[in-house]
Design a protein around this ligand. Structure first.
Ligand SMILES: Nc1ncnc2c1ncn2[C@@H]1O[C@H](COP(=O)(O)OP(=O)(O)O)[C@@H](O)[C@H]1O
Ligand SMILES: [Mg+2]
Length: 228
């Protein structure tokens, strides 16, 4: 469990994000400040359109905020030019999405190898590590399965293993259980909770489902782009 003294993995300070401009402008985030500490699983709640995906995208350096500051692993990233962000993401952030986003023509193991290949890990080592990670997460019998042959819960667990393969400090999951039945959803949350303990990682998961609250170390709520 994260103590107040735990290392901050990511933080946003007074962040604002506006999409578009003029009459069409949408203020998606308004003066949002949040610190994510090593070892914690933060559940991000809020109604549809409240800015959850936008906040996750800013935390994960997919989206630059309009104002405010973003720090990942102690490094200020909001001032970095757009072309530097992929490198920050690759080193520090893993993503999990509602619809898994596995590559359908690749096996479970090959999907997990992708971030390792991108990081420049040698092919043989990447293959070995992908298998080891999948086995550790209870997916040892699925190494050579294509995503189409996996259940929804298994797909999401493979997607989580892929997201942590490059050992990110921060794992971000946008409604990871929304496409799953409640028992697979719980399995996915258990795996996410497992992930937060490893290597001082932190997990931020968006969910609408109040039944998942028990998995959280902390719950934060967005309403109209502001932390409630
Ligand atoms: N790419 C975009 N362009 C314009 N408006 C957007 C875009 N993405 C999100 N929005 C708007 O920003 C607000 C917050 O959206 P979002 O972060 O997706 O909320 P949530 O994930 O909580 O449903 C909403 O009003 C949404 O319509
Ligand atoms: Mg969303």
């Amino acid at each position: 469990m994260a103590g107040a003294e735990a290392r901050p993995v990511a933080s946003v300070s007074d962040v604002g994000k506006t999409y578009g401009s003029g009459a069409a402008a949408v203020r998606a985030l308004n003066h949002v400040s949040l610190e994510i500490r090593a070892g914690e699983l933060v559940l991000l709640e809020g109604p549809s359109g409240s800015g959850k995906t936008t906040l996750l995208s800013v935390l994960g350096c997919i989206l630059k905020p309009t104002s405010g500051s973003v720090k990942i692993a102690g490094r200020e990233v909001s001032g970095l030019p757009e072309h530097r962000l992929p490198e920050v993401r690759l080193r520090h952030v893993g993503f999990v999405f509602q619809f898994f986003n596995l590559l359908p023509a690749l096996t479970a193991r090959e999907n997990v190898q992708i971030p390792l290949d991108l990081k420049g890990v040698a092919a043989g080592e990447a293959k070995r590590k992908a298998a080891e990670l999948l086995k550790a997460m209870g997916l040892g019998s699925k190494l050579d399965a294509l995503p189409g042959a996996l259940s929804g819960g298994e797909k999401q667990r493979v997607a989580i293993v892929r997201a942590i393969a490059s050992e990110p400090d921060l794992l971000l999951a946008d409604e990871p259980t929304a496409a799953l039945d409640s028992s697979s959803g719980r399995g996915v949350m258990e795996l996410l909770r497992e992930c937060r303990r490893q290597q001082g990682r932190a997990v931020v998961a968006v969910s609408h489902d109040p039944r998942l609250r028990e998995f959280a170390d902390r719950i934060v709520r967005l309403e109209d782009g502001r932390l409630a």
